[in-house]
Design a binder for this molecule. Structure first.
Ligand code: ADP
Length: 285
């Protein structure tokens, strides 16, 4: 199972991804989490991404595409994966298509979580309050200004993916305003439908039975055999072969050298019969 979860910040992608990972035993690939880990580890990517992320802007496409290309190679992705927060731009979606094509993999579905924007701010505020309660560090981009920027970026750069995947008939939309369980159930139905075999195509009217295939000549037929075969094919020759009491299909049964022999015999007979025919004609004249 390979799917994309699409939706603005606070839509519930992370919550649903955690449930799907359990259910389908697939990997959860969140570019946001990977970038935050890179920042914590102070890797070159982390250092590059730190300030961009804190402002709510997007990290360059080539950075996230590189991260995903490496990540889907890993063993825990063999059974499938959920992409959460990737792709976020059309060039990222195109890069993903190319990656999957190269690996001969297919996406099963793209699930869009549709939410009312007015509720997003409230959801993120709740998330911040819960994190504080648990004594967890607050995300650098979980504040009013960065959230406004993240929403603006979503509308401008990520929402076009709705058309991108819609045009490819891969998009399924879920009402993200429903309860967490209802959303999970709806995604489950979408994935079950995506995994089901395609309905059988209507049967074409039955074709008349094909004639048995003509024997193929041996690959390197001698010029004599080629000539003989040509002659043997002509209706006159077949007729004369029949007249001579030996059925033409003998050649059909023969293969390789046998075929050459049979073709030669048929050809000889054909020449004789034609000569006889000519004699008869001259007599009549
Ligand atoms: P959310 O979906 O809640 O906004 P994420 O954890 O998915 O948060 O992402 C947080 C930030 O990480 C983004 O605002 C952006 O700066 C960066 N980021 C994550 N994924 C991508 C991506 N695919 N392309 C560019 N930047 C990304």
């Amino acid at each position: 199972m390979r799917l994309i979860l699409l939706g603005p910040p606070g839509a519930g992608k992370g919550t649903q991804a955690a449930r799907l990972v359990e259910k389908y035993r697939i990997a959860h690939l969140s570019t946001g989490d990977m970038l935050r880990a890179a920042i914590a580890a102070e890797t070159p990517i982390g250092l590059k991404a730190k300030d961009i992320m804190a402002s709510g802007a997007l990290v360059p496409d080539e950075v996230v595409v590189g991260i995903i290309a490496d990540r889907i190679e890993q063993g825990d992705c063999a059974n499938g994966f959920i992409l959460d927060g990737f792709p976020r731009t059309v060039p990222q979606a195109e890069a993903l298509d190319a990656l999957l094509k190269q690996k001969k993999l297919k996406l099963d579905a793209v699930v869009q979580l549709l939410v009312n924007e007015a509720i997003l701010l409230q959801r993120v505020e709740n998330r911040i309050a819960q994190m504080k309660e648990r004594g967890e560090a607050i995300r650098a981009d979980d504040n009013v200004e960065a959230l406004a920027k993240r929403l603006e970026v979503y509308r401008g750069q990520t929402e076009p993916l709705v058309h991108y995947y819609g045009d490819r008939r891969m998009l399924a939309t879920v009402d993200g305003m429903k309860s967490i369980d209802e959303v999970t159930a709806e995604i489950g139905r979408i994935l079950a439908a995506a995994a089901a075999p395609a309905p059988a195509k209507p049967k074409k009217p039955a074709r008349p039975k094909a004639k048995p295939a003509e024997p193929r000549p041996a690959k390197k037929a001698s010029p004599a055999a080629k000539k003989a075969k040509k002659t043997a094919k002509r209706p006159k020759s077949v007729k004369s072969a029949k007249k001579a009491g030996k059925p033409a299909p003998k050649a059909a049964k023969a293969g390789g050298k046998g075929l050459k022999k049979a073709a030669k015999k048929t050809a000889k007979k054909a020449v004789k019969t034609r000569a006889k025919g000519r004699k008869r004609l001259t007599k009549r004249r």
